[in-house]
Design a protein around this ligand. Structure first.
Ligand SMILES: C[S@@+](CC[C@H](N)C(=O)[O-])C[C@H]1O[C@@H](n2cnc3c(N)ncnc32)[C@H](O)[C@@H]1O
Length: 231
């Protein structure tokens, strides 16, 4: 993937000041869980976790990390990479890691697209992009994370049959996502009927953003796609 500039991240990296506990977590705990991309060559995630046989899942824009933490706790047999640029969110995930004693998460604290571009092809077994920023104004649509370019890059790093999970509460972004995933040659939408996109599957914990959306009266949609088998 062509990824020229860091200014491609349009969201915020910093909130108001970090609280002192958050500062300590970022300063002391983050280095233990941080995952960096190599200067040259591709990142082999299984080796990075020291677990050559464990499947690897990737969450892009994990927000406060509640979904990632629950998945990690429920699936100790999986290695999970979380990408997030917003520091208070990273500090929240670190608090979950600490409280739940999780050792199967690694954090990439930068633009997820840099990580996607660095990962070895066919190395990721599941991807989550949950409630990405909707960028509702027409002139901002190009900022949307779900794009043909991102889908191409994800198709390259995902294993055959790997699942991509998307969620949104924005009707316009939903149509945009559906157009792009259904016309993509390597993704197949797994829904059989409305229940499949209206109800969050049991193994899909809620996020803070979903809770806020429901509280504001917005209805979330859940999409499960399969990365087709390579010929
Ligand atoms: C609307 S929030 C949703 C957060 C979370 N997934 C949830 O459902 O609560 C979108 C998140 O994506 C993060 N984000 C946006 N662009 C990103 C990028 N290029 N790389 C990593 N994270 C990104 C933002 O910082 C923000 O925390």
């Amino acid at each position: 993937m062509q990824l020229a500039q860091r200014q491609l991240i349009f969201g915020r990296r910093r909130g108001r000041r970090l609280r002192s506990g958050q500062k300590v977590r970022i300063g002391e705990l983050l280095p233990r869980f941080v995952l960096s991309i190599p200067q040259a060559g591709r990142l082999e995630p299984r080796a990075a976790f020291g677990a050559p046989k464990r499947p690897v899942w990737l969450e892009i824009g994990f927000g406060g990390g509640e979904h990632l933490a629950v998945q990690a706790e429920c699936h100790p047999e999986i290695s999970l990479i979380g990408c997030e640029v917003f520091e208070p969110g990273i500090a929240r995930l670190l608090a979950h890691i600490e409280r739940r004693h999780l050792d199967n998460i690694r954090i990439f604290a930068d633009d997820a697209r840099l990580m996607i571009a660095a990962l070895r092809p066919s190395s990721i077994d599941r991807v989550f992009v949950l409630f990405p920023d909707p960028w509702p104004k027409r002139r901002h649509e190009k900022r949307r994370l779900v794009s043909r370019e991102t889908l191409d890059a994800l198709a390259a790093i995902m294993t055959d049959g790997a699942e991509l999970r998307l969620a949104t509460d924005d009707g316009n972004y939903l149509n945009w996502m559906l157009e792009r995933v259904t016309e993509h040659p390597f993704f197949e939408w797994l829904a059989r009927g409305p229940r499949d996109w209206r109800n969050r599957p049991k193994d899909w914990p809620p996020t803070r953003y979903e809770e806020k959306a429901r509280a504001a009266g917005r209805t979330p949609t859940f999409l499960r796609l399969r990365r087709q088998f390579r010929k």
